[in-house]
Structures are given as C-alpha cells and as structure tokens.
Design a protein around this ligand. Structure first.
Ligand code: ADP
Ligand code: 5GP
Length: 197
C-alpha cells in the first residue's frame, strides 16, 4: 500500500460471523474513543435495515467496487462470500491517522492477517472465538438479519475460519459477553499504550 507515513497503530478484529465481533468492536470504540476510530469498509452487499451508508459501510455497486480494485484504491479486499466484496480503502486509513487516532478494523480472517503481514510492528490481530458452531447459529438466528441460506453459508465458512485462530496475536473467547468485553479491552488498551520500537 502507498501509505508510508505511519503515525498510529492498527487493530484488526476478526471472527466467524455471529461470534460477537461487531458488539465487541462497538464496545472498544466506546471505551477507547479518544484513541481509536473505526475503519469504514466498502462493500457491494445490500445494506441491512439499520445500516447507514458512510457509517457502517460505504455501500458501492459491484461496478464501482471493481473499478476501485483496478485503481488500486484498497489496502486489502476480499470476496468474503461469493459475489460479496469487502475492502479497506487507503483513504479511510489516511482519514483516521490524520485525526491522530489508531484504526480499528472489522474484517474477515484473511483481511486481518493480510494487514498484519503489511504492518507487523504496529498492528495487533485479535480473534473473537465463539464457544461453538451451535452458538453461532443461535446468535445469527436471533440477530434476524440473515436468510436461512445466508446463515448456512456463514456457518460453513466459520469452520474454515476457526483454523486460522492460532495465527492471531490474541484470542478472546466470547462466551459470557461481559468477560469478553473486559478481556478485549485489556488486550487492546495494553497494545495501544505500549511503546513501539
Ligand atoms: P458478528 O459481528 O461477529 O457477526 P454480532 O456482534 O452481530 O456478531 O453478534 C451476533 C449476535 O449475537 C448479536 O445479536 C449479538 O447481540 C449477540 N451476541 C454477541 N455476543 C454474545 C454473547 N456472548 N452471548 C450471546 N449473544 C451474543
Ligand atoms: P457482514 O456482511 O456481516 O457485515 O460482513 C461479513 C464479513 O466481511 C465479516 O467477517 C466482516 O468482518 C468482513 N469484512 C467487512 N469489511 C471488510 C474489509 O474491509 N475487508 C475484509 N477482508 N473483510 C471485511
């Protein structure tokens, strides 16, 4: 990526869909708001009812997304599900660093490890670990945002994603939510407050 003037740090939070990543990232943004800002990804998927363009995601058409790939506008991007593209725009990281904050990313497992490879010294990768596949199904059903087909697609991918857990800097088990929030806070604030070489 072209960003060469690194001023702050990067925190990537990844997990199988339904593990509680969004809930935990929102919590971290609340308790660490003076140090952290959320990297708004671009995607070509349809917005959910409660999602706001430019806040949750930059919602693009498939053509717009592919043009940005061609123009090398992304720090990283993935086709996370078939025909569902997600990516981090270079301008987004620059926007946040310009405010003197570190960046927190809600990305898939591959995206998190990709950013880690690019910035090994200033980044922290955190894996939110669900207590089991059944818990994922229950949480996705309860969240009521996915079709049955989409839930099956996400669960199938989850089994694969769990295999990458050991490559992460930190693993936070999200069984009891309050315990998970506290553990995530300890790990991330420790990293942000640590001096880098
Ligand atoms: P993700 O971003 O990983 O897909 P979400 O944060 O949207 O997951 O969480 C999925 C659903 O599970 C949400 O409805 C959320 O309120 C719920 N949830 C999150 N953590 C827990 C937990 N520890 N126990 C039970 N439900 C949870
Ligand atoms: P959802 O459709 O549930 O919002 O997101 C699906 C998956 O795409 C999640 O695992 C989420 O973290 C991931 N994702 C969101 N934005 C990005 C991104 O910019 N890059 C990558 N690689 N994955 C992303």
């Amino acid at each position: 990526m072209k960003i060469d003037k690194v001023t702050q740090k990067l925190v990537m939070v990844a997990a199988p869909s339904g593990a509680g990543k969004t809930t935990i990232v929102r919590h971290l943004l609340q308790v660490l708001h003076s140090q952290l800002a959320f990297s708004i990804s671009a995607t070509n998927r349809q917005p959910r009812e409660y999602e706001v363009d430019g806040k949750d995601y930059y919602f693009l058409s498939t053509e717009e997304f592919k043009n940005k790939i061609k123009n090398k506008a992304f720090v990283e991007w993935e086709e996370v599900y078939e025909n569902a593209f997600y990516g981090t725009l270079q301008t987004e990281v620059e926007r946040i660093w310009a405010t003197n904050k570190s960046v927190i990313f809600d990305v898939d497992v591959k995206g998190a490890l990709n950013i880690k490879r690019q910035y090994p010294d200033i980044s922290l990768s955190v894996f939110i670990d669900p207590p089991g596949i059944n818990a994922l199904r229950e949480r996705l059903e309860k969240r009521d945002t996915e079709t049955e087909h989409s839930i099956e697609r996400r669960l199938k991918k989850a089994a694969h994603e769990l295999q990458f857990k050991s490559q992460f800097d930190a693993v936070v088990l999200n069984d009891d939510l309050e315990d998970a929030k506290a553990k995530a806070f300890d790990v991330v604030s420790g990293f942000l407050n640590k001096a880098t070489a």
